[in-house]
Design a protein around this ligand. Structure first.
Ligand code: FES
Ligand code: FES
Length: 406
């Protein structure tokens, strides 16, 4: 058991929780706040949506202990909130609910839309609501209710300050004390930002200006080995167009110039599709065979933004005949896609992406630049869409193995 201290609906709460307890179970079972509903319990339906530090979040995929120091507001805590009151009335008037199961999550998301996007129209409301599923209403009444509140507030000149985040990273993060990283299966691990600067992989911690830069919220570490000498691999990593073509979903939009690149990253994860356009700066050190790419991007569909940092170090293996590539990927998401923070899936996905990347790098190094540019690049683009299927298959296989006691 671990002790967690947080604020729930304005009340300070200290409780002992199992590390695996998610926030929704904690609130329903230990705080008896049953207004937070559970549908899918894996971050898809939105029934469990509540506010963490003022921003909507899925409580079924948020660990209670990850909310150390955070302010939680459930639907019960919005009883006297003027926007929620107007929304409740509009939902009743416009037949925006039937069984009511989705309604607490719908109201929390609707409140976020009304406060954050005062000029939203019906189309935008539908887009913003795409993370909340309703099995009864067909959404027409819900959208009408939200539009009615928006319209009413525009007429009255009402404004409400949208929640302003205090830190980068998934909602609720940024309060917890540093903890030791926990290894997970394979060579990858998800670690909190503070642990990301540790030297357990032999890398040098950031110093000076680098240390002052904001750290991405989630850091993944992965390794793979290619059967080529280190100098060759390092030279290959200097050819950015080649490297980008090896990454599923990534493409350059302009030729690299003076260590600066512009490009896009397309991601399709089941119902979630994102197309980030962004730019990055690259630094390389031939003496230590290290490199770092720091960038930022924006998804035009959801207005989500991301910062990211990819660093790598090349280590000789097999007496110089092979090279191990140790990669550390750090990122932080803001906006609608920030809810995509379930570390198990992110970790699985990172493993698949790295495996695909390693395979493409190996193929390009073996075939030479000329033969690889067409087919491998196309394959890399296609891979992004199918990755989620591979992830789901792998998770189902592991689940069945566990059932069989293997
Ligand atoms: S219960 Fe479905 S998203 Fe949390
Ligand atoms: S009202 Fe029944 S699921 Fe939405």
């Amino acid at each position: 058991m671990r002790t967690v201290r947080l604020t729930v609906n304005g009340r300070a709460v200290t409780a002992a929780v199992e590390p695996r307890t998610h926030l929704a179970d904690f609130l329903r079972e230990s705080q008896l706040l049953t207004g937070t509903h559970l549908g899918c319990e894996h971050g898809v339906c939105g029934a469990c949506t509540l506010l963490i530090d003022g921003a909507p979040a899925r409580s079924c995929i948020t660990y209670a202990i990850a909310c150390e120091g955070a302010e939680i507001t459930t639907i019960e805590g919005l009883d006297d909130d003027e926007v929620t009151r107007a929304l409740r009335a509009a939902f009743s008037r416009e037949h925006g609910l039937q069984c009511g199961y989705c309604t607490p999550g719908m109201l929390v998301s609707a409140r976020d839309i009304v406060t954050r996007l005062p000029d939203a129209d019906g189309r935008r409301v539908r887009l913003e609501l795409s993370g909340n599923l309703c099995r009864c209403t067909g959404y027409v009444g819900i959208v009408r209710a939200i539009c009615a509140v928006l319209e009413e507030r525009r007429r009255n000149g009402a404004t409400t300050e949208p929640a302003s985040r205090r830190s980068l990273g998934p909602v609720g993060s940024g309060h917890a004390l540093p903890v030791r990283p926990t290894d997970v299966a394979g060579s990858s691990k998800v670690v909190p930002p503070a642990a990301a600067t540790s030297t357990d992989d032999g890398t040098t911690p950031a110093t000076g200006a680098a240390a002052a830069r904001p750290r991405p919220g989630t850091v993944l570490r992965q390794s793979f080995t290619v059967d080529h000498p280190r100098e060759r691999v390092f030279a290959f990593f200097g050819q950015l167009d080649e490297v980008v073509a090896c990454m599923p979903g990534a493409a350059l939009t302009e030729a690299p110039r003076d260590g600066h690149v512009r490009g896009r990253l397309r991601i399709k994860l089941g119902p979630i599709a994102a197309d980030f356009a962004g730019e990055a700066d690259i630094e390389r050190d031939p003496t230590s065979h290290r490199g770092v790419i720091r960038g930022h991007g924006r998804d035009s569909r959801t207005s989500s933004t991301a910062i990211g940092e990819v660093s790598y170090v090349l280590v000789e293996e097999k007496a110089g005949a092979a090279t191990r590539v140790d990669i550390e990927v750090g990122y932080a998401l803001r906006g609608a896609l920030a809810q995509f923070s379930r570390s198990g899936i992110v970790n699985d996905l990172a493993e698949r992406l790295t495996a695909a990347f390693a395979k493409n790098v190996e193929a390009r190094l073996s075939d030479g630049a000329d033969s690889s540019s067409g087919a491998a690049a196309a394959q890399a683009e296609l891979g992004a869409g199918s990755l989620i299927l591979a992830v789901i298959r792998a998770r189902i296989r592991r689940f069945l193995d566990r059932l069989r006691g293997r």
